[in-house]
Design a protein around this ligand. Structure first.
Ligand SMILES: [Mg+2]
Length: 455
């Protein structure tokens, strides 16, 4: 079985109680609490003599005919259509202002009551803390689902959403998971599907050969009756069934800081550092530097290829070409009182360690990871996975990455890290960080603002 890399999640009735007050799904709910009853009350002044019993019959009839006419599409869930048709069945002429207000009211009532089921947030966090990608796949239109997710406040833990409006069809058609896997960049054996509806969620997963969880909190279905991989009534059992460890984190906050271009005035290793004393074609220097950084050639070979005989002299030349930005030391000193500082750079340790010590920066960092300390290079996701393993007691949500390389920030963001881009992104690299700063000294300001928001 392939390694688990992602999770497909249904929304309604799986993560949240959005269906619990619907006439067709409600169990043990008082009539007055039903969302359709609220709608009936809204219509009372207009429909005058129509009773609740008559109204719900007409509403059900309207819903049924819309679902039939638009079978398998997102529009089949459109409340505008249900309400318009209900009024038509009551013999009320076309009343657009009333229809619109009724739909707004319907969703206002629904959103007010929309809540996550117990244990859901912890499980979503567990997915992300275990570096899984998440995609919601859900029958309905994008506008309503986005409103629900905003209300639930879970956007941080959901990487993507696919609605039947976007994919073109409702479950169990496989358009939604196919699009979801494309967005995630994963194959069907690398994900699991979690859903509450055997006829849509589970049937679709079975058709796609995707492992599935039938979440049935109200015990509506027989266990094992639909080909699901796991049947459960308790959402919080999911991590254990997937062998995902639940992590305990300290309250520690960490800054992971890049070196070249972030702490230094120089942004380009080849043009601004190496080419200051190596007089060869920059493309050749760059290619040779790459071989060295990848560990394909050792340091003596590197300098030999560049026509430099004395390594010590070369080290001195590198140190001389590097200037640390003004105020960096003062700022790092202050930051180190509140955060653990970790240097993370592709810059080779043979050169970097002594520079950091000579400039009085090394002792401000609790750890320094140079290019040749790991087998990974930015922006490899594996480098960030390695970090999370190394600092396994630090909550990734309490880690801020500070880097001038947008691709590196993107990799960290996937693991929930906060991202600060230094300087403007190079052309052709589109990534929207949490904050952009021109100079490293602005970091404190950004962090303070974030602390305020988190409080
Ligand atoms: Mg559902």
């Amino acid at each position: 079985m392939a390694e688990l890399k992602g999770v497909l999640l249904d929304l309604d009735g799986t993560l949240a109680n959005t269906e619990d007050y619907n006439y067709s799904y409600a169990k043990g709910v008082k009539t007055e609490e039903l969302i359709e009853y609220k709608l009936y009350e809204f219509f009372k002044p207009i429909l005058k003599v129509v009773t609740w019993g008559e109204f719900i019959e007409l509403f059900k009839q309207a819903q049924k005919s819309v679902k039939l006419e638009l079978k398998g599409t997102a529009a089949s869930h459109n409340r505008y259509l249900y309400i318009q048709k209900t009024l038509e069945l009551c013999g009320v002429n076309f009343v657009p202002d009333i229809i619109q207000r009724a739909v707004d009211y319907y969703f206002e009532v629904m959103l007010k009551r929309t809540e996550l089921y117990p244990g859901v947030i912890e499980v979503l966090k567990c997915f992300k803390y275990n570096q899984l990608k998440t995609c919601m796949i859900t029958d309905f239109t994008a506008d309503i689902q986005i409103k629900k997710i905003r209300k639930l406040g879970i956007m941080k833990y959901i990487d993507y959403m696919v609605t039947s409006e976007e994919a073109g069809s409702d479950k169990p058609n496989t358009d939604q998971p196919i699009l979801a896997l494309k967005k995630l960049g994963l194959s069907q054996d690398e994900v699991v599907m979690i859903g509450n509806n055997p006829k849509t969620d589970i049937q679709m997963a079975v058709a796609m050969d995707i492992r599935s969880f039938l979440f049935d909190p109200r015990k509506l279905y027989p266990e094992g009756g639909y080909g699901e991989t796991f049947y459960l009534q308790d959402f919080s059992k999911i991590p254990a069934l997937l062998n995902l460890p639940t992590r305990k984190y300290s309250r520690k906050k960490m800054l992971i800081i890049d070196f070249v271009g972030t702490l230094t005035n120089e942004r380009n290793m080849i043009e601004e550092v190496l080419s200051t004393f190596i007089h060869k074609d920059p493309a050749y220097v760059s290619a040779t530097y790459k071989l060295f950084r990848q560990g394909d050639i050792g340091e003596p070979e590197f300098w030999y290829r560049l026509g430099i005989g004395e390594i010590k002299k070369a080290h001195k030349a590198i140190a001389a070409s590097i200037t640390i930005r003004k105020s960096v030391i003062t700022v790092l000193k202050r930051l180190s009182q509140e955060y653990d500082l970790v240097l993370l750079t592709d810059f080779p340790g043979q050169w970097g360690r002594s520079i950091m010590e000579e400039r009085g920066i090394a002792n401000l960092f609790s750890d320094m990871i140079f290019g040749n300390d790991t087998t990974f290079q930015k922006p490899d996701r594996a480098l960030y996975k390695y970090l999370l393993q190394k600092y396994s007691t630090v909550n990734p949500e309490n880690i801020t990455l500070i880097d001038d390389n947008p691709a590196a920030l993107l990799s960290g963001r996937e693991f929930l890290m906060h991202t600060i881009l230094v300087g403007n992104a190079k052309e052709g690299q589109i990534f929207v960080p949490d904050a952009v700063i021109e100079d490293f000294i602005e970091v404190e300001f950004v962090l303070k603002k974030r602390e305020k928001l988190n409080r």
